[in-house]
Design a protein around this ligand. Sequence first.
Ligand code: SAH
Length: 213
Amino acid sequence: MRDTSKHQGLRNQLAKVLLAKGIVDENVLNAVRKIPRHLFIDSSFESHAYQDKAFPIAADQTISMPYTVAFQSQTLEVKNGDKILEIGTGSGYQTAVLLELKAEVYSIERQHELFKKTSLFLPKLGYKPKKFIFGDGYKGLPEQAPFDKIIVTAGAPYVPKPLLAQLKVGGMLLIPVGDKTQIMTLFIRKSAKEFEKQELGDFAFVPMLEERN
Ligand code: SAH
């Protein structure tokens, strides 16, 4: 598959749709304008790649809606050099957005097929996280903690304690919490023991797979 001026036009359109839905962060909109989303999904869905929709990828998973990716990215106020842990690599599209925002990204995926596929694919496009990890997001990544930001891109039945523990003071955890639908929930670490919690509306994600012991 190639990236053409037609794709570029569709991406500019998508950025307009996202702006109308409340995505005002220019850096996030520029990432959407730049990243060839059609290359992240099965070629049979290519014509849909720039609609604001979720799509199936490998291993019964989905690439999140562009709005959801943009909303999470905007909410995290990503700064140059932020150390970010991403739970749920999936297609790698969210990872690419974080990298366009100049974050240092550690990305965990629980399904081996997706881990393999995406860790080969993203670097080919020039997107290089610090590390791809095949593992369990419920545990976070203690050996690289603490993080400025942690983003969860699967629906979590509850807030895993290790993720809160792995935040810097001043850091943020953004996690969709719930079963069938989720409430996007932001935790800001105010001190070693205090967290501020904000609820930011309803979203729909595939479930975060159960903890392995
Ligand atoms: N950001 C991705 C979202 C993919 S959907 C994208 O836009 O493509 C959620 C992803 O989370 C899936 O790839 C799923 O396999 C992964 N996942 C589910 N439970 C997980 C867990 N416990 N740890 C790490 N990844 C998990």
